[in-house]
Design a protein around this ligand. Structure first.
Ligand code: GDP
Length: 447
């Protein structure tokens, strides 16, 4: 999902992360990179234009060019604008005051509509504990009714259909029957066509009149990018709907539809479908999606783990040292022992923002066994050496290698790694400030 944009943003952030200051030219260049990435991801050009304008305005408004940590500011602004682009309020479902709540789904054939009917039914039943029934009126594709029945069979969800009637009659009768039964939520699967045509729109209008749904959702295939936006727009001018269910996001590397729809049609994406299984379905969370696009990783999980493993007092002292760039090998050793408490290194780093494919990290060996050797090497140094690694000359290196059962090459590697880590930690400590509410990262911060 959105791998294309994620890798583009990662490249961009990597380029500007190390900069102490960002000039007007840097900002122009960053905006140009973002523009190309978004256009290549099939985001609507008008949306791209607006997005860039907003970022520029905000960047200027926040005095980014004078700011001491411009990188964090840019990430923060881009993140906020992405959330806005995705429709900041996100997915929700509202139930009618009196039962039943009637929900109507519509969409073109192949969009994933039938699968979504089953998914939504299971979702509402399990998440909200309501009784859910389905009316299947897609008689033009006879297999659709059987498909729904098969998908919901194990979830105790009743399905009504009648192959000898027309979709409007089936819908009306189905709603009547389930209302009588006291069903709390009734979902209607309407008939799709391969293309938008008048007959389909008329039929949908008539179904809508007959059943008076509380909510109407349009199902769109996310993989079709701008085409999905055009379809959303055509439906919008004929049949009023409340929100969108975007499907096949698991196969959509570019994300053009997700990023264009809200700004273009002003309809929220309520749900997303991310696979063929009935459970691959959820409410849409713009903030999580933006985080994913920006490659922010699972920050909250990371924080939670780090809070458990890191001693707050020590972390505070360390943060002070880090801000003065005074990190020494004693601190390094302590951090390595802290990391080892958190689990495997690769797992820990995979949770870090933008660490997925970071060039810097590729240079650092993430082998867990390596940590044991690093521990041994640092433990074989004198206190003075740990505090001031610059004094470690050739003969000292030999002594340390002997004492730790390693080699001079390994000692050299560690010293190099230490320098790299210092750089990385400095960047991370700055990065973290962009997230209000995120209280601390290991190595850098306490509440
Ligand atoms: P309909 O013609 O709109 O009713 O579409 P279907 O529900 O029959 O779905 C069409 C095809 O897309 C089926 O093979 C589904 O399994 C598949 N499909 C539906 N939703 C998703 C999804 O979120 N991800 C993937 N990968 N496939 C999906």
């Amino acid at each position: 999902m959105f791998e294309f944009l994620s890798s583009k943003f990662e490249e961009l952030f990597y380029k500007i992360r190390g900069k102490g200051r960002i000039t007007e030219r840097d900002l122009d260049e960053a905006l140009r990179d973002i523009k190309l990435a978004l256009l290549e991801a099939d985001v609507n050009f008008k949306v791209v234009k607006l997005f860039l304008e907003n970022i520029r305005q905000k960047a200027k408004g926040s005095n980014i060019l004078e700011n001491l940590s411009p990188f964090q500011q840019i990430v923060k602004i881009v993140n906020e604008e992405l959330v806005n682009l995705l429709g900041s309020s996100g997915g929700k479902i509202s139930f009618a005051n009196r039962i039943p709540t009637i929900i109507m789904l519509m969409g073109l054939q192949g969009s994933g509509k039938t699968t979504c009917v089953a998914k939504l039914a299971k979702f509402i039943k399990e998440r909200y504990g309501k009784t859910v029934c389905i009316v299947a009126s897609d008689v033009y594709r006879p297999a659709a009714v059987l498909q729904i029945s098969n998908l919901v069979r194990e979830y105790d969800i009743e399905v009504y259909s009648d192959e000898n009637s027309d979709p409007v009659t089936i819908s009306a009768r189905g709603v009547e029957k389930f209302t009588r039964q006291g069903c709390e939520v009734i979902i209607i699967d309407t008939a799709g066509r391969l293309h938008i045509d008048e007959a389909m729109m008329d039929e949908l209008i008539n179904i809508k009149k007959a059943i008076k749904p509380h909510q109407v959702f349009l199902v769109l295939d996310g993989m079709t990018g701008q085409e999905a936006v055009n379809i959303a727009s055509s439906f919008n001018s004929s049949v009023e709907y409340d929100g969108i269910i975007l499907t096949k996001l698991d196969s959509d590397a570019r994300g053009g539809a997700a990023l264009s729809i809200y700004y273009t049609i002003r309809k929220p994406i309520n749900f997303v479908s991310t696979g063929e299984k009935v459970e691959d379905f959820d409410l849409f969370y713009p903030d999580r999606m933006a985080s994913r696009i920006l490659g922010m990783g699972d920050i909250l999980t990371f924080i939670e783990k780090s809070e458990k493993a890191i001693d707050q007092e020590k972390a505070k002292k360390l943060e002070e040292k880090l801000s003065k760039n005074e990190l020494d090998l004693e601190d390094f050793l302590e951090q390595i022992r802290g990391i080892r408490k958190m689990g495997s290194l690769n797992k820990v780093f995979s949770m870090l923002p933008m660490m997925g494919k970071s060039k810097l990290l590729k240079d650092i060996n993430l082998d867990d066994r390596q940590l044991v050797r690093v521990d041994a090497i640092i433990s074989s140094m004198t206190r003075q050496e740990r505090r001031n690694p610059a004094i470690i000359n050739g003969s000292r290196k030999k002594r340390i290698a002997r004492g730790s059962g390693t080699s001079v090459v390994e000692v050299n590697r560690l010293l190099k790694q230490f320098e790299e880590t210092k750089k990385l930690l400095k960047q991370l400590s700055g990065f973290q400030d962009s997230f209000q509410g995120v209280s601390h990262f290991p190595f850098t911060r306490t509440r």
